[in-house]
Every structure is written in C-alpha cells, then in structure tokens.
Design a protein around this ligand. Structure first.
Ligand code: CU
Length: 166
C-alpha cells in the first residue's frame, strides 16, 4: 500500500478546516485562486443491500477529479450520516474506520471505492437499503462543488469485477 505524505502546509490547513466544518450544507464555496472550482466526475455509484435491522450500509463509486482534491464525506436523505471509511488490518483482523483527512483524489486519476476497500458508510439508516431501489447520494469534496449521484442498490457482482458483465 502506498501512503503519500503531504508536507505542504496549505494542504494541512485545508484538512484541519475540513475537519472543523461539521455543517457541510451551509459551507460557503469560495475559491481563493479566483478560478472556478473544478468538477469531480462520479461514475458507477451503487450500494450494497443492508441486512435487515442493520443501521449502516456501504456504498461505492468511482471518482475522477480534474485537479487534486479529496473526498471528505457526503449526505443522503436515507441516513443520518455519511462517512468515508477505509479498511485496515490490525492484529490480523479487518477493521474499518473513518478517513479523518478524507480520501485523496489525484488529478485525472479514477479512484474506485469498492467492497473490501474504501467505501462510503451510511450510518443511522432511516430504512434498510433494498436491492432494486435507487438512493440519492451527495458527495462532498475539499475543493470541488458537491456532486449528487443516484446509487443503485444491488448485490456485489459474483465475479468480483463490475466490468465483465457483457
Ligand atoms: Cu464502513
């Protein structure tokens, strides 16, 4: 696994500001550079059906940012909270935890959230995620404007890849 450190002070300040912003919907979008915030393209958004009674569910999407950015979280009417989670192995056990700094999105690179890896965690679900339905998901970024996608609820493909279906 590659972990890139970001020694740039400006980036660290941005990360701290991102952590302090606990009300994303009222966060004003400003761009100190004077240019327009570059868009992030979100493709293939989907969610795993949640087991009956589960209060959380996982969603996945492939993101391509025009300029270096970070996925910091999201929101949906279907859950109280959306967090960016990563999987890690500690003492031989797979655990998951929130990426406090968000998920780095290098410019022009397609970053895939996928089962077994980075995912969006919907916490405090209002109702189970049922296969066949569509869930609106708003993704928040450090720099780019939020993007709303319609995530299809379905089972993970048996082959372990989503590209060989036809
Ligand atoms: Cu999780």
């Amino acid at each position: 696994m590659m972990i890139k450190s970001t020694p740039t002070p400006a980036l660290m300040i941005a990360a701290l500001m991102g952590l302090a912003a606990c009300n994303p919907s009222s966060e004003p979008k400003t761009d100190a550079e004077g240019g327009q915030a570059a868009a992030v393209v979100a493709a293939d958004a989907w969610c795993r059906p949640s087991p009956n009674g589960a209060k959380a569910g996982g969603c996945y999407v492939t993101l391509t940012a025009a300029t270096d950015d970070r996925l910091t979280g999201g929101s949906t009417p279907r859950a109280g909270m959306v967090q960016v989670h990563e999987m890690k192995t500690e003492n031989g056990m797979m655990t998951m935890g929130e990426m406090a700094q968000g998920l780095p999105l290098p410019a022009g690179e397609a970053v895939a959230l996928a089962p077994g890896g980075t995912h969006l965690m919907l916490m405090e679900l209002t109702a189970p995620l049922v296969a066949g339905e569509t869930v609106p998901l708003t993704l928040n970024f450090a720099d780019a404007a939020p993007v709303t996608v319609q995530a299809k609820v379905r089972q993970p493909s048996a082959a372990g890849t989503d590209h060989g279906a036809h």
